[in-house]
Design a binder for this molecule. Sequence first.
Ligand code: C2E
Ligand code: CA
Ligand code: CA
Length: 418
Amino acid sequence: MKWANGRVLILDDDATIGRGISLLAEHLEVDAISVCHPNDFFATIDQWNPTHIILDLVMPEMDGVEVLQLLAGNGCVSRIAISSSMGQRILNATKQSAAEHGLDVVCVLPKPLTMKSLKEFLFSPIDLSVATVAQNRSETVITKVDLLDAIARREFCLVFQPKIHCKTRDLVGFEVLVRWEHPSKGLIMPDHFIPLSERLGLIGLITDQIVEQALNWYARTAAVHGLSVSINVSAKTLGDIDFADWLDDMCQKAGIPNDVIVLEVTETAAVVNQLSALDMFTRLRLKGFQVSIDDFGIGNSSLAMLARLPFSEIKVDKSFAMKAGSNEECRAIIRSTVSLGHGLNLTVVAEGVEDEATLNFLSEIGCELAQGYHIARPMPGGSILDWMAQRDCACTKCEIEKDSTMLRMSGEIAIPAP
Ligand code: C2E
Ligand code: CA
Ligand code: CA
């Protein structure tokens, strides 16, 4: 039976190879067209709307990277495979760059192509998370008025993602992540409104609301366990000389010690504003707050900057831990960052930990802390206590609580009436 909706378009400057892949695809009962020239390729996309594209990387008129850039510019939604006889490193780098342009690059297909790898590409399940993000990107148009309304109506809410100790697996704290509960557009993720808020100069007002909510939640839920709370701070906030005093005041009012607060700033932000960052970090550190360099490894920081600014923590960008299981280069980057961090007396956190093997690897190389979907997804503040109970937290405070619960259950302590 023919797969009614499958259409694969192949671009390869070698007509024999293109025809060969077409034949394999047709054998799998998927319609196929192969072309040798980029002009024919883009014309066929317009007329034929392929579901899948197989792209050769090395071509005389236009290389595969240029083709991918044009595809991204045209908002291509086809599923893409890159085929080439180049080394795996170059193929992976191309795949990564295409994914960062928002293209759905499913895989790289080393040449010569086999029936098995072609079949896997053509029939691989659709990654819904990519589709949802792509949908969000095109549908969520946010204006300054929307943001001002959201600030006035206090539509921002927080979710919390646990951070654990790699070796002992003890819970050590939470990172606060913001969400926007829009009355008609639904839940909007921070990547869709934080950069715009920064450009419009509204991030300060949003950060104020986030900090307020985070401190309230902390005082009610996490303070008793002596956990830390990490708050993301934008580059713009670093330029605000009053921020340190304001935060200090907020913590005092909430009865929260400053040293449980970790302020996460992205590597790029710290680089762009080095001068104000130095003043700001120094003031924050003098007041006892911790400062973490976020997304480390993907920005432009220099070692000199890292030594110069008084950070207390390095947070290795999630892209490295997410690929650590399959990619030796990512493991090497994490290993080096851990040793760099320790050399500078900093705590190292790896985020994006998605499996047990990665957590074990981090523990073996001496990375202190971990965060990621394998440990827990970000969750609403109201779910944290249940999550902690389910996880059977073994920290001393919880052990005391567990003991008293056991005593209550065994009747040694009277159970209060509901
Ligand atoms: P970030 O600070 O690097 O936050 C980590 C992001 O990685 C979060 O996305 C989190 O949900 C996601 N994540 C955590 N573990 C995993 C994992 O194992 N796998 C994968 N694939 N992802 C994981 P989220 O919540 O969408 O936040 C995106 C970014 O938005 C944050 O990146 C941060 O830069 C910014 N952001 C979030 N909340 C705030 C905020 O309150 N203020 C500011 N200024 N920026 C914020
Ligand atoms: Ca962060
Ligand atoms: Ca990060």
